[in-house]
Design a protein around this ligand. Structure first.
Ligand code: C5P
Length: 225
């Protein structure tokens, strides 16, 4: 089993001045926590991280204690970074049948979520995403910001990571993907593939803003250390 972690973004929304993946929480970077979490799940043997091309050595040094973590240069867009990591996975883990794609920013994803995603793929699902119900009311608006409609939230889910795939399914999806996507499972959907859901977890939040970081520092990191 191999996991891909696209971590080549600049993380400007966090405003930390370093790539978001390298931002420390409770003394350890988001990336290091995310990679350790994958390996600690007991389901993942190899992790391929896509780093900003000018920071490959910095990222490799960050993960030096983890011999199962491999770092490759990412690309201009997330799609390119995943593609490069997926290519590298063929060398690193040629026998892998299942692949996960995980956000470094979801550094506190519980092991049970990772295990549930892997188990669902191993039981035959071509693609699996962890999801949470949507708690806010969701409205669609027009260009002026005026409400057009209210969406039935009972059928909506917020999608977390890791997303899991039969590795051939993800390869085919990326081979067919011409354009940019932020959602790997969406590529499978476009090809008509079935995407199954498993329950996500609030601790798998995507740490995007300074507020999220503060939550992680105060609630999640102390609980872990
Ligand atoms: O910027 P955003 O939060 O949408 O990025 C999602 C993920 O994709 C982040 O983990 C980021 O590091 C990664 N990414 C990447 N290569 C890029 C741009 C983003 O690996 N060129």
């Amino acid at each position: 089993m191999v996991a891909l972690v696209p971590a080549a973004g600049r993380g400007v929304r966090l405003g930390a001045g370093v790539p978001k993946a390298l931002v420390p929480v409770g003394g350890r970077s988001l990336l290091s926590r995310a990679v350790r979490g994958l390996l600690a799940s007991g389901r993942v043997q190899h992790v391929v991280v896509a780093a900003p091309p000018d920071q490959v050595e910095v990222v490799a040094a960050e993960l030096a204690e983890l011999p199962s973590a491999h770092v490759v240069p990412g690309g201009a867009e997330r799609t390119d970074s995943v593609r490069r990591a997926l290519d590298a996975a063929a060398q690193v883990a040629p026998d892998a049948r299942v692949v996960l794609v995980h956000d470094a920013a979801r550094a506190f994803t519980p092991a049970s979520v990772i295990q549930d995603v892997v188990d669902a793929v191993e039981q035959g699902a071509p693609a699996v995403v962890p999801v949470l119900p949507v708690t806010d009311t969701i409205k669609q608006v027009d260009d002026a910001g005026d409400v057009v409609s209210t969406v039935d939230r009972a059928r909506l889910r917020a999608v977390q990571t890791p997303q899991g795939f039969a590795i051939d399914v993800l390869r085919d999806a990326y081979a067919a993907a011409g354009d940019i996507t932020t959602d790997d499972a969406g590529l499978v959907e476009r090809l008509g593939g079935e995407v199954r859901t498993v329950p996500g977890h609030p601790h798998a939040l995507k740490i995007t803003t300074a507020f999220d970081l503060a939550i992680a520092e105060s609630v999640l990191a102390p609980a872990e250390d």
